[in-house]
Design a protein around this ligand. Structure first.
Ligand SMILES: Nc1ccn([C@@H]2O[C@H](COP(=O)(O)O)[C@@H](O)[C@H]2O)c(=O)n1
Ligand SMILES: C[C@@]1(CO)OP(=O)(O)OP(=O)(O)OC[C@H]1O
Length: 160
């Protein structure tokens, strides 16, 4: 059995809006996130973790922000594409662990729905997907409420 590990990180700034997309879930909020796509920082970090494990670059290489096809795109489609790239190379996702860094919104009430969405798109059991939140205790740009950051790691495996 061979294994690969990958990590991803993403940030989007707050802007106008009444919700944020996080882990494929629409979370009501007093602001939105500024992005070319739906701005789902969690899913973008998950994509970069998978792409990193595959050594296939990053989300911007596969879905350039200059390409109008990805304007307001549902980031779950990006995750499914990354999964397909892994499948094509004979890899499967063993597990994913993601951390959302934000003062608000709180992630915990939505974490189970996020886990279920990510697990569905990766074709793995929900028990292999973790999503959690943390503040930075009011420090830094997330602490000042200027945006949301997310980190993710994933493990890939294949039989040879
Ligand atoms: N965006 C967030 C931030 C935090 N949480 C939950 O609150 C707990 C305490 O956060 P600290 O940063 O003060 O350690 C954290 O462990 C999470 O359970 C959250 O859900 N969403
Ligand atoms: C997702 C893409 C899609 O055009 O745009 P954004 O939504 O701005 O998100 P980012 O995390 O900057 O990644 C770059 C792009 O791939």
């Amino acid at each position: 059995m061979s294994f690969r590990i990958g990590q991803g990180f993403d940030v989007h700034a707050f802007g106008d809006g009444d919700h944020v997309m996080l882990g494929g879930v629409r979370v009501p909020h007093s602001q939105g996130l500024v992005a070319h796509s739906d701005g789902d920082v969690v899913l973008h970090a998950v994509c970069d973790a998978i792409l990193g494990a595959l050594a296939l670059g990053d989300i911007g290489r596969h879905f350039p922000p200059t390409d109008t096809r990805w304007r307001d795109a549902d980031s779950r489609m990006f995750v499914r594409h990354c999964r397909a790239l892994a499948d094509d190379a004979g890899w499967h996702v063993v597990n994913v662990d993601a951390t959302v860094i934000a003062e608000r919104p709180k992630v915990a009430p939505h974490a189970q729905a996020m886990r279920e969405a990510i697990a569905a798109d990766l074709g793995i059991d929900v028990s292999a997907v973790s999503v959690k939140g943390t503040t930075t205790e009011t420090l830094g740009f997330t602490g000042r409420g200027q945006g949301i950051a997310a980190m993710a790691v994933c493990l890939l495996a294949r039989s040879a």
